[in-house]
Ligand binder design. Structure first.
Ligand code: PNS
Length: 175
């Protein structure tokens, strides 16, 4: 496809499922824009700046991918960028209803001017979500192989910093 595609999400943090979507979507267009924003129905674990850093590290092998943050409606951002389409991943059938609603709403906001393309998530990552990864990691579980290795190192460093701060005010956390 000529032109740009937008892959937007909260990426809190980026997982190997996201990265697989980025790798595959980047092959479908001239430029892929990874747009990081808040999902108002989720409480973010990582600040946007850290999420951007993690995505940029994980996608440094791709030369047609730009990563940036945005606020407000995805539809407005997609229009400003002038993308050909928005891409979203479907892991399991349960994802479909929510994704279908969003696709229709985004299309409606610009009188059917925004196309959503769905890619099936790699089955190896069909059970992986940022929320689950974040919870397992925070409670001391092993998430190796579920997030890019550079991202895991970044998460560990952030966690060490948080622990140092917590210890200085007497709060316990992940070992
Ligand atoms: O990775 P996520 O959390 O599933 O992504 C959801 C996201 C961020 C794409 C969605 O919440 C969104 O589009 N947020 C921007 C605000 C907006 O446009 N809301 C209306 C969506 S129809």
């Amino acid at each position: 496809m000529k032109g740009k595609i937008l892959y937007a999400g909260s990426f809190d943090p980026i997982t190997n499922g996201h990265l697989d979507m980025i790798d595959r979507s980047a092959k479908l267009c001239d430029r892929l824009v990874v747009g990081v924003t808040e999902n108002l129905s989720k409480k973010a674990r990582y600040p946007v700046e850290d999420r951007l850093n993690m995505i940029r590290m994980a996608t440094s092998h791709l030369d047609n991918v730009d990563t940036e943050s945005f606020t407000g409606l995805l539809a407005d951002y997609a229009k400003r960028l002038g993308v050909e389409a928005v891409v979203r991943g479907l892991r399991v059938t349960m994802d479909f209803e929510y994704e279908l609603q969003m696709a229709h709403m985004n299309a409606r906001l610009y009188a059917n001017g925004i196309e959503t393309i769905f890619l099936m998530t790699n089955p190896a990552y069909s059970f992986v979500s940022s929320g689950l990864v974040s919870e397992v990691f925070t409670l001391g579980g092993d998430v190796d192989g579920l997030v890019p290795s550079s991202v895991l190192e970044y998460m560990k460093n952030l966690h060490r910093e948080e622990r140092r701060k917590d210890e200085s005010i007497g709060i316990a956390g992940r070992a």
